[in-house]
Design a protein around this ligand. Structure first.
Ligand code: ATP
Length: 308
C-alpha cells in the first residue's frame, strides 16, 4: 500500500474514482465485514455461460457459523425464466445474492451456474455475468452521463441516452440543470430514490449481463411509475431470454413470474406459479390476501415517492 501511494496520487482522479467504486461496492451489499478468504483458486477458469441456470444444492450458510441463515437450501433458478424470491424479512433473500456474487463462500453444499461450481471459476468472470439493481443505488460524484455509462464504459453517448429512454428516465434528465452533464452524488444535485432506481436500470440495460437480479429494485417508485418500468423490464427480458430474479416484498410486482420461490427461515417453504401457490392456500396465499387488502385500502398508492 505504501509503495503504491505515489503512483496513485499521481493518477489523481482515477484513484479517487477507484476508491469511490470500492466504497460503492460496500454500500451496495453492506459489506463492512467482507470475508477476505474468498479469492480465485490457482486453477480457476472463466465462467462459461450457456443457458444461464443457477442452482443451490444443499447450501448451508451463516455469517456466524453458530447462526445459520440458509439451512440445507435447495433451489433452481431455471435458465431464461423470470423468477421471484419472496419471504418474510430476514429469511435470507439478499444473502442468496451475496453468496452468488461470492462475497462469502458457503459452509456446506455448492452453488452452480450452468453446472460450474462458482468456487472453481474466476471471481471477475462471475461478477461480470451478473447484474444487480439494488434497493439503494450507489451514485458516483460525477455526471448523470458517467453514472449511466458505468454499466459499460465503452458505450457511446447515443447508447447511454437510449438506455435512459428504456429506463424511463431520459425526460427527467433533460429537465435537470445541465441535462446529462448534471453532476449528482454527494457533491452534486440530490436526486430522488425513484430517479436513482431508474438510473440503476439504465446502467443495467447498458451492462446487459446474462443473469439479472432486482433486489427490491422498484420499491421507491410510486405504483404507476413502477408498473410502467416493470412492464418495460419484462419486455426487455422476454426479448433477450435472460434469467432474472426479483427479490420483492410487494407481491403485486412479481405475481406474473414463471416461478415464485417462497423462503422461510432459510429454506424453501413452497414454490410454483402465482395460481398454484394461491390454490395451495399456504404462506404465499396468506401474504397475497393480506397485501391485496392493504392495497385496496390505500387506493393503490402505497409506497408513493412523489417523483412521477
Ligand atoms: P429483508 O427482506 O429484510 O431485506 P432478507 O430476507 O433479504 O431480509 P438477509 O439480508 O439475507 O435477509 O439477512 C438474513 C439474516 O442475516 C438477517 O437476520 C440479518 O440480520 C443477517 N445478516 C445479514 N447480513 C449480515 C452480516 N453481514 N453479518 C451478520 N448478520 C447478517
Amino acid at each position: 500500500v505504501f509503495q503504491l501511494s505515489v503512483p496513485l496520487n499521481f493518477l489523481g482522479s482515477v484513484y479517487r474514482e477507484l476508491r469511490q467504486s470500492l466504497l460503492d461496492m460496500e454500500t451496495l451489499f453492506n459489506l463492512q465485514k467482507v470475508n477476505v478468504n474468498v479469492k480465485d483458486k490457482p486453477d480457476a477458469k472463466p465462467l462459461i455461460l450457456t443457458a444461464g441456470e443457477i442452482r443451490f444444492e444443499n447450501v448451508t450458510f451463516g455469517y456466524r457459523p453458530d447462526r445459520p441463515i440458509l439451512k440445507n437450501l435447495n433451489l433452481t433458478i431455471p435458465a431464461g425464466k423470470k423468477v421471484a424470491i419472496v419471504g418474510p424479512s430476514g429469511c435470507g433473500k439478499s444473502t442468496i445474492l451475496r453468496l452468488l456474487f461470492r462475497y462469502y463462500d458457503v459452509q456446506e453444499g455448492r452453488i452452480l451456474i450452468d453446472g460450474q461450481d462458482i468456487r472453481d471459476i474466476t471471481i471477475d468472470s462471475l461478477r461480470k455475468a451478473i447484474g444487480v439493481v439494488p434497493q439503494d443505488t450507489p451514485l458516483f460524484n460525477a455526471t448523470i452521463e458517467h453514472n449511466i455509462r458505468y454499466g459499460n464504459l465503452d458505450a457511446t453517448p447515443e447508447e447511454v441516452h437510449a438506455a435512459a429512454k428504456r429506463a424511463h428516465i431520459h425526460d427527467t434528465i433533460q429537465h435537470f440543470p445541465d441535462g446529462y452533464g448534471t453532476t449528482v452524488g454527494e457533491r452534486g444535485m440530490m436526486i430522488s430514490g425513484g430517479e436513482k432506481q431508474r438510473l440503476a436500470v439504465a446502467r443495467l440495460i447498458l451492462k446487459d449481463p446474462n443473469l439479472l437480479f432486482f433486489d427490491e429494485a422498484t420499491s421507491a417508485l410510486d405504483t404507476h411509475t413502477e408498473q410502467a418500468l416493470l412492464s418495460h423490464i419484462n419486455s426487455i427480458l422476454k426479448e433477450k431470454k435472460r434469467t432474472s430474479v426479483f427479490i420483492a416484498h410487494r407481491l403485486r410486482t412479481i405475481y406474473d413470474s414463471d416461478l415464485i420461490i417462497v423462503l422461510r427461515a432459510g429454506q424453501v417453504r413452497e414454490q410454483g406459479t402465482h395460481e398454484e401457490l394461491v390454490d395451495s392456500a399456504g404462506l404465499y396465499s396468506e401474504l397475497w390476501s393480506a397485501q391485496e387488502t392493504l392495497f385496496a385500502g390505500s387506493n393503490g398508492e402505497e409506497g408513493s415517492s412523489g417523483d412521477a
